[in-house]
Design a protein around this ligand. Sequence first.
Ligand code: EPZ
Length: 418
Amino acid sequence: MSYYRIVGGRPLEGCLTVQGAKNSVLPILAATLLAPGQSIIRNCPDLSDVSAALDILSLLGCRVDRQGDTVLVDASVLHRWDIPERLMREMRSSVIFLGALLARMGAAELSYPGGCELGPRPIDLHLAALRALGADIREAQGCLCCRGGRGLRGRELCLSIPSVGATENAMLAACGCPGVTTIMGAAREPEIVDLQGFLHSMGAQVSGAGSSVVTVRGGLPLHPGDYGVMGDRIAAVTYLCAAGAAGGRVLTRGVNPECLKSVLSCLEEAGCTVETGPDWAAVECCQPLSGISPVRTAPYPGFPTDAQAILMAALAGGKGTTMFVENIFDNRYRHVDELRRMGADIQVSGRVAVVTGTGRLHGASVRSTDLRGGAALVVAALGAKGETQVSGLNHICRGYDGMERTLAALGADIQKIE
Ligand code: EPZ
C-alpha cells in the first residue's frame, strides 16, 4: 500500500501549470460518443477516473489512444450500449455516459451508480430529465434499462437542484433529440461551459452554458471534436491553499481566476496576499492564517463544496475560528477525524463544522477518506510540525495528476513510498 511521507514546515515557492480539469474531461469523454469518427481531447490529465472513463469507451467499441496529454477517441463503431457493474463501481460518475449513449444508440443499460464516500449520490434528476425528453427508463435489480426508441424529442426541462451531472446528461441527451431543448435551473459551473465548448467543436448548437438556462438544438448531424480542456480549478485552489498552510508564495497558471474567486477571497481574508492575471493566480502567506467569516458551500459561483475540506485543512493550522456549512453533500466531513489526529480542533454538528486554529498541527499517520479529503490531509501535512504519512492514495490519484511531483517542485519535502 503506497503512501505519502511529508515533512512539514518548509515554505512553498514557485509556479505551476495546472492539470486539465477532471470534472470537464469526464463529460467531454462521454460526449465523444455522439458522433462517429475520431475526437481529439488536449490537456487531458492522467487520472484514474480518466482511465476508468477510457475503459468504458473502449468496452463500448471505441478505439482509444493516449499520446502524452492528448487523448484520441474514435467512436465510429459502437457494438454495445451497456456498461457492466464492475466499471460502474470503478467510477460512480459513469452515469454521465447515459445521455450520450441514448443520443447515439437510442438505448443504454447501466447498473445504478452506488453511493460514494460523500453519502448517497441520487440520480433522480438525471432520470427525470431523460424521461422528459422521451426516454423509457426501467429500474430493475439495480440496473437501469433505458430506451429512447424514436420517441426522443427536444422540450423544456426544469431542474429542481442545479445538479452538475444532471445538467450535463440532459445536454448530451438533447443533442440526440430533434427540436429545441431548454434546460431551466441548469448548473452554472465552468466545467459545463467547457462541455459546451467541446460540443461546439463537434458542430452542436448549444448556448447558455454558465447561466441557469442552457439551450440545445438537437438532432443535427455532428462530427468529431477537437478541444483543449480547461485547467482544473479545484487542483489550483489545492496548491494555493497549500501555500496558505505551509507559507511561501505559489503561482498557478492555466486557470481563469474568475473561477477561483470565492476561494481566493477566503485566503485573502485569512491574511494571504492574492494577485491575479488573465490566466493565473498567486497566493503569498507569511503568517499563520486567521479565522474568517462563515464558509457556506453552494452551487457555482458560490464556494465550491470540493474546496471545503482543503480550505478547512489550511485554516486548522492557523489561528482564530471559522465556521463551515456544507450545504451540498450529506457526508463530507469524513476528513475531520483524520485532521484531529494531527491535533486539529474541529467540532462537527450536522452540516456545521467549527474549526479553531491551533497555531500549528503536528505530524501523524492518517488515511485519505475520499478524493478531496485526501488532498486536505496533504495540505495540512505541509504546514504541520514533523512527519506525516498519508495513505489511501487511490483516492487522491482519482483527481490529482502527480501531486507529489508538483509539490516537490514547489519545495515541499514529500515522497511517495511504495
Ligand atoms: C459534480 O458531481 C462533481 N463531479 C463533484 O466533484 C462536485 O462536488 C459536484 O458536482 C458539485 O459541484 C463531477 O463533475 C464528476 P451534483 P455531481 O449532481 O454532478 C444532489 C470531486 O471531488 N442530486 O451537482 O454528482 C446531490 O446528492 C467531485 O471532483 C440529487 O439529489 O454533483 C448533491 O447533494 C465530488 N439528485 C447535489 O444534488 C440528482 O439526480 C449536487 O450534486 C443529482 C444530484
